[in-house]
Unconditional design. Structure first.
Length: 270
């Protein structure tokens, strides 16, 4: 009875997290990140790249956008016609820009991003426990088969098949889940692990690293009782993410517009 209860609890959590990973649609940037008709027409009619960059910079001044392209320009999506928020990327499979995009997962046939990253992590965790539980409960029958105590031919096939599949998936999921745990501890996405985000002062792979505890809260929220449940509890709305607390003199991105204006006035007075 205890085995059956544990089995069904893990199975329900496994199916629940898989369902949420599949049917939680990726969150797209809000309307304020989309170009207006006038700005779009002005941008498209301009042929000089440097002027186009100035137009994008003017539009992005009112937006909390701090990451840049490799050449220091504003991150702009030509297909979606919008200014990309920080950590937002265009998914060629879904054909949309996804907030805090991590990767497009073929196993769930969905884009993993801000809206369903927590569900994806829980799906990996409960899948790992599910495979481990099956392998542990079948292993004693495998010992009986190995010692010759198991005589039923069909049982031999079932035991070998279950043990092989459970162990195979457990090993593969262990590496994948461990990698994503490392990403969460560093507050990085899969895309950022391969290509560091670029700020005005250059690339910084730890630009969003707030420390281990705060990094966990970014994904799972502050309510610890909700961490292991497939309920949305991630912090923020996916458009803006806090960055490392560096000195503003070293990292001008951490200063807001009012502080920039005060610095300019102080320099003029000096």
């Amino acid at each position: 009875v205890a085995y059956l209860i544990i089995f069904h609890i893990l199975f329900v959590l496994f199916v629940w997290t898989y369902w949420k990973s599949i049917f939680t649609l990726p969150v797209q940037p809000g309307k304020k990140y989309h170009m207006s008709y006038a700005d779009k027409e002005r941008y498209e009619n301009e042929e000089r790249p440097e002027v186009q960059r100035q137009i994008l910079a003017e539009i992005a001044r009112k937006l909390p956008v701090y990451t840049r392209t490799g050449n220091g320009g504003i991150r702009f999506c030509d297909r979606c016609q919008l200014i990309k928020p920080d950590r937002c990327h265009h998914c060629s499979v879904c054909a949309v820009c996804v907030l805090k995009m991590d990767h497009h997962c073929p196993w769930v046939n969905n884009c993993i991003g801000f809206s369903n990253y927590k569900f994806f992590l829980l799906f990996l965790a409960y899948s790992l426990l599910y495979c481990l539980y099956i392998a542990a409960t079948v292993f004693k029958y495998f010992i009986k088969y190995w010692t010759g105590e198991l005589t039923n031919g069909r049982s031999k096939f079932h035991v070998l098949f279950l043990l092989f599949v459970a162990v195979m998936f457990f090993v593969s999921l262990m590496f994948l889940f461990g990698y994503h745990c490392w990403l969460v501890s560093r507050n990085r996405s899969t895309l950022e692990a391969f290509s560091a985000p670029v700020f005005q002062n250059g690339p910084d792979k730890n630009g969003f690293n707030l420390g281990f505890v705060k990094n966990l809260q970014q994904v799972f929220g502050e309510e610890k009782k909700l961490w292991l449940l497939p309920i949305a509890s991630s912090q923020g709305d996916g458009h803006f993410f806090p960055m490392r607390a560096l000195c503003e003199a070293q990292n001008p991105l951490l200063a807001n517009e009012e502080q920039w204006e005060d610095d300019r006035i102080d320099e003029e007075l000096h």
